[in-house]
Design a protein around this ligand. Structure first.
Ligand code: MN
Length: 484
């Protein structure tokens, strides 16, 4: 235990953001309050909040977050009140702890309604303070890492819940490292045989590719150096769950070209394209595998260039090229703001979440639409957590929609007025009916007319997003009032 405490403190000392004294005080209080409590493994309970705080300290989290992580289980497990915590620390710390507590430790198998209400609390806490979800993700990560002492039933139940709720949340805030580890831990408990099999195969493929990758690392390094481009280059391996998903969708293991990829980090955007040119001058690319996520970033803010090239000994190798800053965001998502935006990380996180992350508006909309908890959870799972498609507007903007969405959904996602005046739609320059199911990468032009009658009642069953449903109903209500 001392070990993890020492590691935590040394991380805190390294970080300019943190107030060491307050953090030590939070640890001492947590230690006192959890005294005599043990985890199922037999170790003192305090180890758990310490580990959670340590995970967050690795992301350079702010003092309030670290204190809240150390104390995240005390409201539940001791007599201390939220008011006392607020007095001892500050209101933010108390609110964060309260936020995390409200969404923990309900018995999910027990009661369906309590379960749904809890799930809703987890998901909507992101709208209050995203740090609640970040602490919760770190908490879940540590619990998943230490699940070997739990009964098999509990392991499977937790893994399922992790896949259904926490993995999508981690994805949406761009916390890729946490997401991939949670996926692998879940798969390990849900499909242990499959997990072991893929793990072994992955090691074999890694060995086979070693020579080719070493050659490429060297060659690319020399190329970049000779052009005076400062760089760092790493081998990145796909996680087991990522491989599992590809294999179960019919791909052969040896066809997964990004099972191992080279990650090249440079200082600025123009160097990214320069590096790309240099790599293509040396290794022949596969044209339709090239992706420019710098111009067209993913909807969770991921930015990078991807190109798959023929490496030596005929291996296909994916290379990812990005700046150091993009790499931080690629690994840590919103939590990278602690590192990148020093002083007002917290404000910028919540601001960008609201303005730049497309899922946020949809989530708020679903929250308004669904009074019933069960309906809320069902809608979030189908609209946000299930398969998504990405379509282009004529200007090249990328819009994220749930699979099964129609042009009407898109029109309302762009703007209420577009939906309300829509009279037709062109997909890839062809006329299609309004109930057409949009496909990934469709280029969609919505045709509008100021004088249109507005959305029809018959459109309601054709849409899958809450936004579209609500806007059509609102329009119809106003319309009926006026004409009635
Ligand atoms: Mn906990």
């Amino acid at each position: 235990m001392d070990d993890i405490y020492v590691k935590l403190i040394s991380n805190i000392k390294d970080s300019s953001l943190n107030d060491l004294e307050t953090i030590i005080k939070a640890y001492e209080l947590a230690n006192k309050l959890h005294e005599g409590q043990f985890r199922q493994s037999g170790e003192p309970y305090i180890n758990h909040p310490l580990e959670v705080a340590y995970i967050l300290s690795e992301m350079n989290a702010d003092s309030d977050t670290i204190c809240a992580a150390l104390l995240h289980d005390v409201l539940e497990d001791s007599d201390i009140s939220k008011e006392e915590l607020s007095k001892e620390f500050n209101e933010t710390v108390a609110e964060l702890i309260d936020g995390v507590t409200k969404i923990s430790k309900l018995n999910f198998a027990d009661n369906k309604e309590a379960n749904m209400a809890n799930t809703r609390k987890i998901i909507t806490s992101i709208t209050k303070d995203v740090r609640i979800i970040i602490i919760k993700l770190a908490d879940r990560l540590h619990n998943m890492r230490t699940m070997e002492h739990k009964e098999e039933f509990k392991q499977k139940e937790n893994s399922l819940e992790t896949m259904e709720i926490f993995v999508p949340l981690a994805y949406y805030i761009g916390a890729y490292r946490i997401k991939t580890e949670l996926e692998d831990l879940s798969l390990k408990y849900l499909k242990p045989d499959m997990y072991k099999k893929l793990e072994k195969k992955k090691i074999i493929i890694e060995k086979e590719s070693e020579k080719c990758l070493t050659e490429m690392l060297e060659t690319i390094g020399i190329l970049l150096e000779s052009h005076n481009i400062p760089y760092e280059i790493k081998v990145r391996a796909k996680n087991i769950y990522g491989i599992y998903k590809r294999v179960t969708s019919g791909d052969k293991l040896y066809d997964i070209h990004d099972l191992l990829s080279l990650k090249i980090m440079v200082e600025n955007i123009s160097q990214c394209y320069q590096a790309l040119g240099l790599i293509h001058s040396k290794y022949r690319p596969i044209n339709d595998k090239f992706k420019d996520y710098i111009c067209n970033h993913k909807t969770n803010m991921y930015k990078s260039l991807h190109t798959t090239v023929f490496g030596s000994d005929e291996h296909l190798v994916q290379t990812q090229i990005r700046t150091f800053k993009m790499d931080k965001v690629a690994s840590f998502g919103l939590t990278a703001y602690w590192d990148l935006k020093n002083n007002n990380a917290r404000e910028e996180m919540q601001k960008d979440l609201t303005e730049k992350f497309q899922f946020f508006e949809s989530l708020s909309e679903i929250n308004i639409m669904c009074a019933d908890n069960q309906e809320f959870v069902r809608q979030v799972k189908t609209e946000l957590f299930a398969d998504r498609i990405y379509i282009y507007t004529p200007k090249g903007e990328i819009i994220e929609l749930p699979k099964g969405a129609t042009p009407i959904d898109l029109a309302y996602k762009i703007h209420t007025d577009i939906g309300n005046t829509m009279i037709g739609v062109l997909v890839n320059n062809e006329n299609v009916p309004v109930d057409y199911k949009l496909q990934n990468k469709d280029i969609v032009r919505i045709i509008t007319d100021e004088l249109s009658y507005g959305p029809r009642e018959e459109w309601v069953p054709l849409v899958v997003t809450s936004t579209a449903k609500r806007r059509i109903k609102e329009f119809r209500n106003t319309f009926n009032e006026v004409s009635g």
